[in-house]
Design a protein around this ligand. Structure first.
Ligand SMILES: Cc1cc2nc3c(=O)[nH]c(=O)nc-3n(C[C@H](O)[C@H](O)[C@H](O)COP(=O)(O)OP(=O)(O)OC[C@H]3O[C@@H](n4cnc5c(N)ncnc54)[C@H](O)[C@@H]3O)c2cc1C
Length: 380
């Protein structure tokens, strides 16, 4: 129903995402988890499928598709791996950001190479002491001649394991709070950039989180994307879309888990018949299906509002992300239980989904921050 409203080309991209998700198996996830990133050949396949250019404007070589297409792409990709989906959407987001907002010279130099899979992007807000409270970042940006000098460190950045183009936020005036934050383009091939060790997490490692340090890192003025006073608002402006596609990824994982559990219960016999005949188990699946339906409705409603640029998207995205992440976390555990000991196997991808559902509860504003947003709007 939802896809019917999209263009034929957008539907083709979603179909490509569905095929991509089916082309890889649990052994691939295990290898990517061990490598701590998506392998280069898989990124090239994502590029050939068009995932790196989904929302990039056509004038810059992108597809110029709408937000809902991107959201649906991430939902399909997450049926296989949210880590992969999140990594891929972050690559495309960085290219779209430069295409839309960077100085034309910088965009011309980098965007074509990002779309060609020669350069890889990431978005860097978080620091060791500033996560939810983004306005307290300490990375310092100072005027230096006709450009800027940056010092500081970022961590927990998706794709940082290999990315070499960062959309990066830094403080220009320590007394100004959010108003002092500016947004810069960091070309990691320039002197003063050091990649820090990847962060070892208990699951979802394929997302490639890590960080970098900038030491007297010089930038020309044209690498300033948004000046102080504007950058924070731009960051908040894009967050509703990010929250909504994270919710969509949770729906994708839940969908996959539901199908996996149903197939298992159908095929597994115990006490003289298929386990699916046991009402308690059937009802677990039924409750899960209801919650998935509710999560999807919240998500698709938010996606519509995001695409329309409606102010109601703020609340809709917060509801969708909070609900979908919570349901994914609890129902994935149920599915693992339904599979018996087999649910624990690494060649069953439910464990990977579960770790990714935990990640969904942090990225682009934690579940508690969604609640803060909802409460603030309730009390407004
Ligand atoms: C796998 C992964 C990938 C990531 N990718 C990126 C990326 O690409 N770019 C990037 O910039 N960042 C990224 N992040 C960082 C992510 O955005 C932060 O983890 C998130 O903002 C939460 O910050 P924190 O982890 O520092 O938690 P903290 O801010 O330290 O919060 C700790 C706990 O307190 C709760 N809390 C905080 N403030 C409040 C409040 N006011 N009221 C109630 N509860 C509160 C939080 O919800 C959390 O449960 C990533 C994180 C992970 C795990």
């Amino acid at each position: 129903m939802f896809d019917d409203e999209l263009s034929a080309d957008e539907r083709l991209l979603i179909e490509a995402a569905r095929c991509f998700a089916q082309a890889y198996g649990p052994q691939d996830i295990a290898a990517w988890e061990a490598a701590g990133r998506i392998p280069h050949d898989v990124l090239m396949q994502a590029k050939r499928c068009g995932f790196l250019r989904t929302q990039v404007p056509t004038a810059c070589g992108g597809h110029g598709y709408g937000y809902r297409c991107k959201m649906r792409m991430t939902e399909e990709l997450a049926k296989f791996s949210m880590a992969a989906a999140f990594s891929i959407v972050n690559l495309q987001n960085a290219a779209a950001k430069l295409a839309n907002d960077a100085h034309p010279n910088a965009a011309k130099a980098l965007v074509p190479r990002m779309l060609a899979g020669e350069r890889f992007g990431a978005t860097a807000l978080t620091e060791a002491h500033a996560g939810s409270d983004f306005s307290s970042i300490a990375m310092r940006a100072e005027r230096s001649g006709d450009g800027w000098r940056l010092n500081g460190e970022k961590c927990w950045i998706t794709n940082a394991a290999y990315a070499d183009v960062f959309v990066c936020y830094a403080q220009t005036d320590t007394s100004a709070g959010w108003r002092g934050i500016a947004c810069f383009l960091i070309d990691a091939t320039r002197p003063g950039f050091t990649r820090t060790a990847p962060i070892d997490v208990f699951g979802g490692k394929a997302i490639g989180t890590g960080g970098f340090k900038l030491t007297d890192f010089h930038l020309p003025d044209e690498y300033l994307i948004h000046p102080a006073g504007e950058a924070f608002k731009y960051a908040l402006g894009s967050i509703n879309g990010a929250r909504t596609y994270v919710a969509a990824m949770c729906c994708g994982m839940l969908d996959d888990a539901l199908q996996t559990a149903r197939t298992y219960l159908q095929e597994r016999t115990a006490f003289g018949g298929p386990l699916l005949n046991r009402q308690g188990l059937r009802w677990t699946l039924a409750d899960m299906a209801t919650e998935l339906e509710a999560a999807r409705l919240l998500t698709y409603r938010a996606a519509r509002l995001v695409e329309e640029g409606a102010k109601e998207a703020v609340l809709a995205a917060a509801h969708a992300k909070k609900y979908a992440a919570r349901v994914a976390q609890s129902r994935l555990l149920d599915c693992i239980q339904l599979l018996g000991a087999n649910g624990m196997r690494t060649d069953c991808r439910l464990g990977h989904h579960l770790a990714c559902a935990k990640i969904a509860g942090y990225v682009d504003g934690s579940t508690e921050i969604q609640n803060e947003r909802i409460a603030a709007l309730l009390l407004d």
